[in-house]
Design a protein around this ligand. Structure first.
Ligand code: AVI
Length: 312
């Protein structure tokens, strides 16, 4: 009988096998987001400790009249990450764009979110773009000469080391063209205890999200990682202004992935995510280095999170 092999992204195998062998061991955070991981991330965004999602939404809600005034009507909105079902409608209702182009690497996610938004905005032309937005890509011809607004909420930029964040901002600039605007969310530096709690919640949802990476390795890469022997840890790295997530071996552990052996001594870890936090000043410097001139910023009363508007 023919077994139907499950489709495994070869880049996942490559990143895991080379990442676990490197010193210090690390696997890129993008591999968190299989079906289970995406569901767990959704749960994270509703946790009492995880303030970024709700804070950004409340800033957007309050600032949208000013954002609309600064941006003007009739823009083509290019939404990097294919449309948050909460934040995107606020932007679309507020600024009344001529066109909406969500961009995502996953065609399924893209079509689902475009279908939901088109029910809510039946008169808005929606042009889904299936692309890897970490590199420049051609915009659909329908965008023509419409002035562009890139939208990159969620503080996703924080998951990149600054060097890669600058590359991404430059790539946005190349795609959107000079004169374009960018509305971007960035999380702010704050007391390390609050940051660690936001990434190590009492209900253990972030721990489950982090550990799901090991389950995914076992599921997709014929791994035999003893998941129960690893523990989630969130650490504040002050020198690099970031929260790091690690999976720490609770005892000496050996396992194989696709037949390749690995050993982890008790206390050693797999580094799984960086989440960089910016001050008002470092956020502006990052934008400038990426080719964007900061124009305005909006924050919440506690200054926990910021939405920045910049021009290419
Ligand atoms: C997607 N990204 C902006 C989240 C963050 O806050 O860095 C991912 C996350 N990891 C743990 N909790 C949330």
């Amino acid at each position: 009988m023919l077994a139907i092999a499950e489709k495994v992204d070869p880049a996942f195998a490559h990143d895991v096998l080379s990442g676990l062998a490197q010193d210090p061991p690390a696997v890129p955070a993008r591999w968190f987001y299989d079906e289970a991981g995406s569901r767990l991330f959704d749960d994270i965004t509703r946790l009492p400790e995880y303030y970024p999602t709700r804070t950004e939404l409340s800033i957007l809600g309050r600032a949208i009249p000013e954002i609309a005034e600064a941006v003007g009507e009739g823009r083509a909105v290019v939404d990097y990450g294919a449309g948050s079902q909460t934040k995107t409608p606020v932007v679309l209702e507020g600024i009344r764009p001529a066109l909406y182009a969500p961009v995502d690497i996953s065609g399924t996610h893209l079509r689902d979110s475009a279908a939901t938004l088109s029910k809510r905005f039946p008169d808005l032309p929606i042009l889904p773009i299936e692309a890897d937005f970490t590199k420049p890509f051609p915009l659909p011809a329908e965008i023509g000469e419409h002035p562009r607004l890139g939208f990159f909420p969620g503080s996703t930029i924080g998951n990149l080391v600054p060097m890669s964040a600058v590359d991404l901002l430059r790539s946005f600039r190349q795609t959107l063209g000079s004169g374009a605007l960018l509305l971007i969310g960035m999380d702010r530096v704050k007391a390390p205890e609050r940051l660690v709690t936001a990434y190590d919640d009492a209900a253990g949802v972030t721990a489950a999200f982090n550990l799901n990476l090991l389950h995914r390795i076992n599921r997709e890469l014929e791994g035999d990682v003893p998941v129960e022997d690893f523990a989630h840890e969130a650490r504040w790295n002050a020198a690099q202004s970031r929260i790091e997530m690690h999976l720490v071996a609770q005892r000496d552990v050996t396992f194989t992935v696709r037949g390749q052996p690995f050993s982890f001594a008790k206390g050693s870890s797999i580094h799984t995510e960086n989440s960089h936090k910016y001050t008002a000043e470092s956020a502006r410097v990052l934008l400038l280095a990426g080719g964007w001139t900061p124009l305005r910023e909006w924050t919440d009363p506690e200054n926990d999170f910021a939405l920045l508007l910049a021009r290419a």
